[in-house]
Design a protein around this ligand. Structure first.
Ligand code: ZN
Length: 415
C-alpha cells in the first residue's frame, strides 16, 4: 500500500518535471524557423546549435564597447544594464580588445519581434574564450578550445639575426621571446654573434589539429654562446608541480641575484626616499637611489651581468653609468671620479666587474656612489626590491633531477 503510494508520488513528480521542461523548451524555441530533425553535431558553434540562432561572427572594432556591440544587436538598454551588473565580477567588459573575434547568437522572442542577443562569446586569444549566456538566467563561463600538442626540436645557428634566422626556419618569434627569458641572466640577446647557436625541445600547440596556436612548454635547450654551452632544463620547483624553473646540467639556477651593493666596503649614507628634504635645493626632492659612502677611488662594481647602455656626465649625476641587465632590470651608478678602463656604451659586463670609481662629481656633498635601480623603466628601492630567488636544485632532489635531464640532454646533443 505504502509502496504503491510512493510509486504514485514518484510518477506524479516525474510527469510534472517533464511537463515543466517541455514548457521551457517551447518557450526557448519560439521564433525558430529551423527544423530540429536537421540538427547534426557539425552544425554547432561553440557547442551551440547553429540552427537555433542567428549567428554573427565579427571582430571588436576600434570604437566598440561591450554595450555598443550588444545594443547594436538589439539588446534593450535595460537588459544591458542588468547584464553588465551581473557579469561585472566575472568578466571585465572593459577588457575586450580591438581586433579580437566575438560571436553573437540571436533569437526572436516572438515571431514578429526583433532578434535579440542571447549569447555573447568573446575570444581572448586563439585558445581561450568567454561565454556569456543570457538565454534564461545570466551565466558566464570560461572555456578553451581543444588543442593538440606536438613535440618539436629545432636548431638555429645565428647568421643574420636571431629573429631573421628563426623566421627562415619557420619558427615562431614567441620561441625567441621565451628563450630570452630563460637565458635572461646568461646570454645577451642584443649581442649575439655569428656562429652562436641553440637547440631546443619544445611543444607546438594546435587547435583542432590544424590551426597553429603558438608554442607550449620549452623542455630543454642548449645555447652555444661565445663558444660555451649553456644548458637549461625545465623542472618543477614545488611538490605539486605547478611552478617550473630552468636549471643547468648541474642543477644550478640560470638566474642570478643582484649583488647587495655596488661596492665591497662602505656604508649606506642615504636611503631611497621619495619625500626627502634636501638643504641644497631648499625643498623636498625625492631621492630615488641608495647612497653608499666610501673613499674616493673605491671600485664600483656592476651588481649583475649586463650591457652598458649609458656612460656620460650631467651636472646632477656627475660621471655615471647605466647598465641594462635584462628586459626588466637596469641599474645606474652616479658621482664617479672616473670610469674603469675599457668600459663603453655597448660593453658587456659581468656581475662584480669594476665599472668605475667612487667620487663626488655632480651634486654630491661627499664621496659616495648613488646606486639607482630601475624596474620596468621606473626607479624603485633596490633594498626593498623582492628579487626572484636564485636557488639551485635542492641537494636532496639533485640525483632525481640529474636522472630526469639525462634523456633531454641526450636528445639535445643529437639534434
Ligand atoms: Zn643618491
Amino acid at each position: 500500500m505504502l509502496r504503491n503510494l510512493v510509486r504514485f508520488l514518484f510518477l506524479l513528480i516525474l510527469i510534472l518535471i517533464t511537463a515543466c521542461n517541455h514548457q521551457n523548451n517551447r518557450k526557448e524555441n519560439t521564433g525558430e524557423q529551423a527544423n530540429d530533425s536537421l540538427n547534426k553535431p557539425k552544425t554547432k558553434i561553440y557547442s551551440y546549435r547553429r540552427d537555433r540562432f542567428i549567428v554573427t561572427q565579427d571582430t571588436v572594432a576600434s570604437d566598440d564597447t561591450f554595450g555598443k556591440i550588444l545594443t547594436r544587436f538589439n539588446l534593450p538598454y535595460s537588459d544591458l544594464y542588468r547584464l553588465t551588473e551581473v557579469v561585472k565580477d566575472t568578466f571585465d567588459v572593459k577588457k575586450i580588445k580591438v581586433g579580437n573575434p566575438y560571436v553573437i547568437l540571436q533569437q526572436k522572442d516572438s515571431l514578429d519581434s526583433l532578434p535579440r542577443p542571447k549569447v555573447f562569446i568573446y575570444q581572448q586569444d586563439l585558445i581561450h574564450y568567454t561565454v556569456i549566456d543570457f538565454q534564461d538566467s545570466i551565466k558566464v563561463y570560461y572555456k578553451s578550445k581543444d588543442t593538440t600538442i606536438r613535440r618539436k626540436t629545432a636548431k638555429v645557428i645565428i647568421n643574420k639575426s636571431l629573429y631573421q634566422d628563426m623566421a627562415e626556419l619557420n619558427l615562431s618569434p614567441k620561441l625567441a621571446m621565451e628563450l630570452s627569458k630563460i637565458y635572461a641572466w646568461t646570454v645577451d640577446f642584443f649581442h649575439l654573434n655569428k656562429g652562436d647557436s641553440f637547440k631546443l625541445i619544445y611543444d607546438d600547440v594546435y587547435i583542432n589539429d590544424t590551426l597553429y596556436a603558438g608554442i607550449g612548454n620549452i623542455y630543454a635547450s642548449v645555447f652555444n654562446y661565445a663558444g660555451k654551452d649553456y644548458y637549461a632544463f625545465r623542472y618543477p620547483v614545488d611538490s605539486i608541480k605547478q611552478h617550473f624553473d630552468y636549471f643547468d646540467e648541474k642543477g644550478r639556477t640560470l638566474r642570478k641575484q643582484f649583488l647587495k651593493a655596488p661596492i665591497k666596503f662602505g656604508r649606506i649614507s642615504s636611503r631611497y626616499n621619495p619625500r626627502r628634504y634636501i638643504k641644497y635645493y631648499g625643498r623636498v626632492k625625492p631621492h630615488l637611489g641608495t647612497d653608499f659612502a666610501a673613499p674616493i677611488g673605491t671600485p664600483i662594481m656592476a651588481t649583475a651581468n649586463g650591457v652598458v647602455i649609458k656612460k656620460g656626465y650631467t651636472s646632477g649625476n656627475g660621471n655615471y653609468i647605466k647598465i641594462k641587465h635584462n628586459a626588466t632590470y637596469s641599474t645606474q651608478y652616479l658621482h664617479m671620479s672616473k670610469f674603469a678602463k675599457g668600459i663603453h656604451v655597448g660593453s658587456v659586463v659581468q656581475q662584480g666587474q669594476v665599472i668605475g670609481y667612487v667620487g663626488m662629481t655632480g651634486h654630491a656633498s661627499g664621496p659616495h656612489v648613488c646606486y639607482r635601480f630601475w624596474k620596468n623603466g621606473k626607479q624603485v628601492d633596490a633594498l626593498k626590491e623582492k628579487m626572484p630567488p636564485a636557488k639551485p636544485i635542492d641537494k636532496k632532489l639533485l640525483p632525481e633531477y640529474l636522472e630526469f635531464i639525462k634523456k633531454y640532454k641526450k636528445e639535445l646533443d643529437t639534434i
